[in-house]
Write a protein that binds this ligand. Structure first.
Ligand code: GDP
Length: 455
C-alpha cells in the first residue's frame, strides 16, 4: 500500500440489508464532495458544521434525490484518519449505498483499498501499529472473551508498555555512551550490577508478555482440538455430545466418518474448532487412506488431541502411533462407553496421560472433559501473567528483543560497552517494530491487506 493524499471513499458497513448503511470519505476533498450532494432539510441551513449530524437529502449530479441522509463532517486532525472525514448515513440497502458511492466517486473520490482508512490513521500518527492491529482483532473477535484483549490494545496500553520498556533501554544506551566516551568513569555511569538490574527488569516484563501470549492467544486465534481413535471408539457420538446436537452421522458400521468433520464451539469463551477425524483402521480404499493421512496431519498440528478408546478394548498399535505423533502433554485419553463397563483396563496405568471416563450415551464425564479442555488450552494458571496479550507478530518481536537482552547479560563484564550497546540497539529496534516506529512495507502490507474494505 502506497502513501497517498487523495480523497478515498467506501461503504463502511457490511453489504446487505439493514436499517442504516454508511459511506465514509477521507481526504482533503471530502467536505467539498459532501457539500456538492447535500441538500439540507432545514430552511435556515447555512453550511455543514463540524461534529454535527445534518439531516437532509443526497441529491445526485443529475438532480435526483437518492436517499434521505444524515451527514457528519469531522475535520482534520480530529478524525479517525487524521484527515478531513465526511460520513453519510444512508438507508441500509445495497443498491442505495452503491448509487451514493458511485456519485461520490464520479465527483473525484477514489475507492478505498482494504484497510486504507486505518492505514492513513497509522501514517498520520493517530494510532500506532498495535492499535491498528487491535482494530482488526476487535472486528474478528471470535467470542466475547476476545473483546477485552483487543480493547486494551486499542486503548494503546500495549504501546505504552512497550514505550516504557524502551525508555529504560534508551537510558541505558545513554549510560553506555558516556561510559565509552569517558572510560575512566564507566563504573560510575553504568556499574554492571545496575545494568544487570535494569535489564533483568525489562526481561521480566517481556517474559510476562510472552507468557500471556502463550496462555491467552487462543482466545483471539481459536484452538484446534482433534478427536481420534479406532473406528467405533465413539468419536462421532462424542462430537455430537460436545456440540449438544446431532451433527456427525453415528452408526455402528465401521467407517462412517470417511474424511473429517469440523465444527466450531465456544467453550467458556474459548473459540474451538473441533475435528472428528476418520477412524483409524487398515484400509485399501484410496480415498479413505487420504482421509486417514489428513487426519494424522491434523493431529500433529492440533493444540489438543482427544484419543478415544472403548473402555472394553485393548491398547493397540493405533494408540501407540498417536502417542508417537504428539507430545504427551497435548493428549487426553478418553475411555468411552463407560455405561457398558466401568472397569478401567490395566494398560491405562502404564501411560502417563490425563484420563477421562465418559459416556456419550448418558452424558457422564462430558462436562469434566469440557472443563479440562478449557483448562489445558487457557494455560495452567487461569490468571494470565499480564492482562496484555500480544498477537503472534508482536510476540515474535518480543522474543527477538528478549534474546538480545539475554546476550547482553551473558557478555556483561567481558565485553566493552560499545559492543554491548549493539544488543541494546537491536532490542530497541525489535520493540519499535512492535509499535511500527520502525517497519517495512512488507510488514505493513501483511497487516493491512487482511483488513476489509471500509476499515
Ligand atoms: P466412531 O466410529 O468412533 O465415530 O464411533 P461412533 O460414535 O460412530 O460410535 C460407534 C458405535 O458406538 C455407535 O453404535 C454408537 O451408538 C456407540 N456408542 C458411542 N458412544 C457410546 C456410549 O457412550 N455408550 C454406548 N452404549 N454406545 C456408544
Amino acid at each position: 500500500m502506497q502513501q497517498s493524499t487523495d480523497t478515498i471513499a467506501a461503504i463502511v458497513t457490511p453489504l446487505g440489508k439493514g436499517g442504516v448503511g454508511i459511506i465514509r470519505l477521507s481526504g482533503a476533498k471530502s467536505l467539498v464532495i459532501g457539500q456538492k450532494f447535500f441538500s439540507s432539510a432545514k430552511k435556515d441551513f447555512t453550511c455543514i458544521k463540524p461534529y454535527r449530524l445534518h439531516h437532509g437529502y443526497f441529491v445526485s449530479l443529475k438532480g435526483e434525490v437518492l436517499d434521505e441522509i444524515l451527514l457528519a463532517y469531522m475535520p482534520a486532525p480530529g478524525s479517525y484518519t487524521g484527515e478531513d472525514v465526511v460520513e453519510i448515513n444512508c438507508h441500509g440497502g445495497p443498491a442505495v449505498l452503491q448509487s451514493v458511492l458511485e456519485e461520490v466517486l464520479k465527483a473525484g473520490a477514489r475507492l478505498a483499498n482494504p484497510g486504507e482508512f486505518t492505514y492513513r490513521a497509522f501514517l498520520n500518527h493517530k494510532i500506532d501499529l498495535t492499535q491498528a492491529e487491535a482494530v482488526m482483532e476487535l472486528i474478528n473477535a471470535p467470542t466475547q472473551a476476545a473483546i477485552p484483549l483487543a480493547q486494551k490494545k486499542l486503548q494503546g496500553l500495549l504501546q505504552q508498555k512497550i514505550a516504557s520498556l524502551r525508555t529504560i533501554l534508551e537510558e541505558l544506551k545513554q549510560d553506555f555512551c558516556v561510559a565509552v566516551d569517558f572510560p575512566e568513569e564507566d563504573l560510575e555511569c553504568a556499574p554492571p550490577h545496575l545494568v544487570q538490574e535494569k535489564v533483568q527488569k525489562v526481561l521480566q516484563e517481556i517474559n510476562s508478555l510472552i507468557e500471556s501470549y502463550r496462555q491467552k492467544h487462543l482466545y483471539q486465534d481459536g484452538a484446534l482440538v482433534v478427536l481420534t481413535g479406532r473406528v467405533n471408539a465413539g468419536k462421532s457420538s462424542l462430537l455430537n455430545a460436545l456440540l449438544g446436537r446431532e451433527r456427525a452421522i453415528v452408526t455402528s458400521i465401521p467407517g462412517t466418518t470417511r474424511d473429517y468433520l469440523e465444527e466450531y464451539v465456544n467453550f467458556k469463551g474459548l473459540p474451538i474448532k473441533l475435528i472428528d477425524t476418520a477412524g483409524l483402521r487398515e484400509t485399501q480404499d484410496e480415498i479413505e487412506q487420504i482421509g486417514l493421512q489428513r487426519g494424522l496431519e491434523l493431529i500433529q498440528k492440533s493444540d489438543l488431541c482427544l484419543l478415544l478408546v472403548d473402555i472394553r478394548e485393548k491398547f493397540t498399535s493405533y494408540e501407540q502411533k498417536i502417542l508417537e505423533l504428539k507430545s504427551f502433554r497435548d493428549v487426553f485419553l478418553l475411555l468411552t462407553k463407560v455405561d457398558l463397563s466401568s472397569k478401567e483396563p490395566s494398560w491405562v496405568k502404564t501411560l502417563n496421560l490425563p484420563v477421562f471416563k465418559i459416556s456419550s450415551a448418558t452424558g457422564e464425564g462430558i462436562s469434566d472433559v469440557i472443563d479440562a479442555i478449557v483448562g489445558h488450552l487457557s494455560g495452567d494458571s487461569l490468571e494470565a501473567t499480564s492482562d496484555l496479550v500480544p498477537n503472534l507478530r508482536q510476540k515474535n518481536c518480543l522474543q527477538k528483543a528478549y534474546q538480545e537482552l539475554e546476550n547482553l547479560l551473558t557478555h556483561l563484564g567481558d565485553l566493552p560497552y560499545d559492543l554491548l550497546a549493539v544488543h541494546l540497539d537491536l532490542a530497541c529496534r525489535y520493540l519499535q517494530e512492535i509499535t511500527g516506529e520502525i517497519t517495512t512495507d512488507e510488514v505493513l502490507n501483511n497487516i493491512f491487506q487482511n483488513f476489509c474494505i471500509g476499515k
